[in-house]
Write a protein that binds this ligand. Structure first.
Ligand code: NAD
Length: 378
């Protein structure tokens, strides 16, 4: 009897392995909506370099952009309408790389057509939309990913590993600051238009909120103060319904730790472009992670030690990425590769739409807190 069960298990395992191999010989046929600078820099080159992926369709409401990108990356199907791409592109998966207010409609249409979806962060314009996207993908058994690209550079993965191994022990405080120069000059950007984005709170805030959850745990409540320091014009010189270019937020985590977040897109930073610090204090020690576009380091000190030590990222996590260039193209390709391989191998993907939803709930809570002056639970 036992040998029959063993043979059945063996057959099942063999079948699963064969199915996996059969799946692996196929290429994932991907369509990209949004011929943006970021698709140009990350998604399209990553897809082109992956042996099991093929970008077969590109869409942008601006025809020139879509055609230019199709030419550059040799993409056969071009459209200005995402519905046409979903209907006629003969796709397995769709990448959504458009302004935040468009993610919900494009993703829902793709899910209804049975396509796996990689949606850029923030997952949506508000938590209600994000919840619908997550619930639909789960109900249909479709693979979903939110592109939280701050999870893949090696020093962040090392920071996570140190925390999981107990370097700081029980966490008391987590402080995150991120300053960029992306909003200086006061030009129009859809990010600062409340009908399309949620300002710095979602541009970098979505990443930082996700990192805080990933490293420390779920967020129980926030008290936020949002500011728009610069007067910006609206679209085509019209009036802007403003969002924020600066964020100050106190946080209480569900595990009792407390923290803070300060973000601004108005910093003068020269070549470094952006500047991030994560300080984590716990019962057993402290970790400090610092990163700019041209440097990354982690310092640590444990109970009874007298000085901080530089903690070198192990080679097994670096995988050839230069630690002085944390957003090295290879660490950025990692997210696209993860999506392609996990879809082909029928694996659950992290960060998922659920992670996108959790970050979106915190964004909504921060906006409500800013209006009411109260602590708000996501
Ligand atoms: N993960 C990251 O690190 C990262 C980095 C940059 C941008 N993003 C995200 O990517 C998304 C796009 O940002 P961006 O800076 O590349 O924007 P962008 O303004 O440079 O490009 C957006 C493109 O989408 C097109 N577009 C707008 N509405 C469309 C629609 N309905 N159908 C088809 N095309 C449409 C626009 O014409 C434009 O070409 C945003 O959600 C942003 O948050 C993520």
């Amino acid at each position: 009897m036992n040998s029959v069960i063993a043979l059945d298990n063996w057959n099942l395992n063999l079948r699963k392995k064969l199915e996996k191999i059969l799946n692996m010989v196929e290429k994932l046929r991907v369509g990209v909506v949004g011929a943006s600078w970021y698709s140009d820099l990350r998604h399209l080159p990553a897809l082109k370099s992956h042996p099991k992926a093929e970008t077969v369709a590109i869409c942008d409401i601006l025809q020139d952009r879509a055609e230019g990108m199709a030419k550059k990356f040799d993409i056969p199907f071009v459209s200005t309408d995402y519905r046409e791409v979903i209907e006629k592109g003969d796709l397995d998966a769709l990448f959504v790389v458009t302004p935040d207010n468009t993610h919900h409609a494009i993703t829902m249409a793709a899910l209804e057509a049975g396509l796996h979806v990689m949606c850029e962060k923030p997952l949506a314009h508000n938590a209600g939309q994000a919840r619908e996207m997550y619930e639909k993908a789960e109900a249909l058994g479709i693979k979903h990913m939110t592109f939280f690209s701050f999870r893949w550079p090696p020093h962040y993965r090392y920071l996570k590993e140190l925390i999981d191994e107990g370097y700081v022990g029980r966490c008391f405080d987590c402080h995150i600051t991120l300053f960029t120069d992306s909003g200086r000059g006061g030009r129009y950007s859809w990010r600062y238009d409340s009908n399309q984005g949620n300002g710095m709170l979602s541009e970098y805030g979505a990443h930082m909120i996700d990192q805080a959850r990933w490293l420390i745990g779920d967020i129980a409540k926030v008290n936020a103060h949002l500011r728009m320091f610069l007067d910006r014009p609206g679209l085509d010189g019209g009036k802007l319904d403003p969002t924020n270019d600066s964020v100050l937020m106190a946080i209480e985590f569900e595990n009792g730790a407390q923290g803070s977040m300060q973000l601004s897109s108005l910093a003068c930073l020269g070549a470094s472009g952006w500047d991030q610090c994560i300080d984590i204090h716990g019962e057993s020690g402290t970790l400090k992670a610092r990163a700019t576009k041209t440097s990354a380091e982690i310092l640590g000190i444990r109970d009874k030690e007298t000085e901080f030590r530089l903690l070198h990222v192990p080679d097994s996590l670096l995988e050839g990425v230069d630690v002085k260039n944390p957003f090295d193209i290879r660490s950025q390709f990692a997210g696209v590769y993860l999506f392609v391989e996990n879809v082909l191998e029928d694996m659950t993907i992290t960060p998922s739409f659920h992670d996108g939803l959790k970050a979106q709930e915190v964004i909504d809570a921060a906006k409500k807190s800013d209006k009411t002056g109260q602590w708000v639970s996501p």
